[in-house]
Write a protein that binds this ligand. Structure first.
Ligand code: T3D
Length: 277
C-alpha cells in the first residue's frame, strides 16, 4: 500500500532506526510518534530541526508497518514556529527560500504521506507551528493549548500553508479574524469553531492521541490513504469530480484483499485483520 514519499529530497525507501535529539521518533507497533524536542525554546524550528522533521516524515511515510502518526511537542509548547534568533544570525537564508526549501516540503509531506497524522497539540502552536498543526489530518488539543498566527506581530504573512488550510478548517470569515488580528485561539474556542476535534486534560493528551492512533491503525491502510487523499482534494473538486474520484477510489479499495477480509469478518462476526494488501 505504502508508496515512497516525495519530501522534495528524493524518495525514501525504508525506515531504519532513529536519529535526532531535536526531533524524536518513537515507533510502537503500527503507531509512530514524532516529537518536536527543543522545549527550552518552545520547540521553535531551526534549520537542522526542519531538516530532521522532513527526514523523519520521509522515513515514516515510507514505512509500510506504520499505519498512523502522532505529531506532538516536548514540554509546555507544541511549536513556536520559526526560531527567531536563528533569523538574526548572519547568513540566514531569505524567507522565500527557507519556505521553499524546508517549510513547504514539511507541509507537503504531512499532506501526502499515506498514513493519517494526528497533531497532539500539547501547548501553544504559534506561527509555522500552528501551520504545521493545521496541515495534519486531525487535531486533538490539551486544555492549555492555543493557536497563534503570530506572523503579523513580526510583520510577516501567514505561511507554511496556513492561508490554504485555515479557511478550509474554520471558514473564510473566522480565518480572516485569526490571521489578521493574530489573537490566540484557546483550546476551548478551537473546539467550538472546529479547529480541533477534541480537547482533553493535559495529562490525558498523549494517551488520547495514542488511543486514536491505534484505532486509525486498525483500519484498512489503503482505505485510510484513499480517504485522506479524497478529503484533501475536496475543495478543489465540484460534485461531479468528487463523485468520479470516489468511484475510482472505491474501485481500488474494493479490489483489495482488505475489503475481502472486511466482508469475511462481517459475515463471521469477528474483528477484521487488515494487512494493507
Ligand atoms: O524562515 C522564516 O522565518 C520564514 C518562516 C516563518 C514562519 C514563522 O513561524 S514566523 C513566526 C515565528 N514565531 C513567533 O513569532 C512566535 C514567537 N513566540 C511567541 O510569541 C511566544 O513565545 C509564545 C506566544 C509562543 C509563547 O509565549 P510565552 O510567554 O508562553 O513564552 P516565552 O517566554 O515568550 O518563550 C519561552 C522561551 O522560548 C523564551 O526563551 P528564554 O527567554 O526563556 O530563553 C523565548 O525566547 C523562546 N521562544 C519562544 N518562541 C520562540 C523562542 N525562541 C526563538 N524563536 C521563537 N519563535
Amino acid at each position: 500500500m505504502t508508496e515512497p514519499v516525495d519530501t522534495g529530497r528524493g524518495a525514501v525507501e525504508e525506515a531504519p532506526g532513529v536519529p535526532f535529539d531535536d526531533v524524536r521518533l518513537d515507533v510502537e507497533g503500527p503507531v509512530a510518534t514524532i516529537t518536536l524536542n527543543r522545549p527550552s525554546a518552545l520547540n521553535a524550528l531551526t534549520i537542522p530541526m526542519k531538516e530532521h522533521l522532513l527526514d523523519v516524515l520521509g522515513r515514516v511515510g515510507a514505512d509500510r508497518a506504520v499505519r498512523a502518526v502522532v505529531l506532538t511537542g516536548a514540554g509546555r509548547a507544541f511549536c513556536a514556529g520559526q526560531d527567531l534568533r536563528e533569523r538574526l544570525e548572519p547568513g540566514a537564508p531569505p524567507l522565500g527560500e527557507e519556505l521553499a526549501l524546508r517549510y513547504n516540503p514539511i507541509v507537503r509531506a504531512l499532506r501526502t504521506i499515506p498514513q493519517p497524522v494526528i497533531a497532539a497539540v500539547n501547548g501553544v502552536a504559534a506561527g509555522a507551528g500552528a501551520s504545521i498543526a493545521f496541515a495534519c489530518d486531525l487535531r486533538i488539543a490539551a486544555e492549555s493549548a492555543s493557536f497563534v498566527l503570530a506572523f503579523g506581530r513580526i510583520g510577516l504573512v501567514p505561511d507554511s500553508g496556513a492561508t490554504w488550510t485555515l479557511p478550509r478548517l474554520v471558514g473564510a470569515g473566522r480565518a480572516a479574524e485569526i490571521a489578521l488580528l493574530g489573537d490566540p485561539v484557546s483550546a476551548a474556542d478551537a473546539l467550538r469553531i472546529g479547529l480541533v476535534s477534541r480537547v482533553v486534560r493535559g495529562e490525558e493528551l498523549a494517551a488520547e492521541a495514542a488511543a486514536m492512533a491505534v484505532r486509525l491503525a486498525a483500519g484498512a491502510p489503503l482505505a485510510m490513504t484513499l480517504t485522506k487523499r479524497a478529503l484533501g482534494a475536496t475543495f478543489e473538486r465540484d460534485l461531479d469530480a468528487a463523485l468520479a474520484a470516489e468511484a475510482e477510489a472505491q474501485e481500488r479499495a474494493g479490489s483489495s484483499r482488505d475489503h475481502a477480509e472486511g466482508l469475511a469478518a462481517f459475515i463471521e462476526k469477528r474483528a477484521p485483520r487488515f494487512t494493507g494488501e
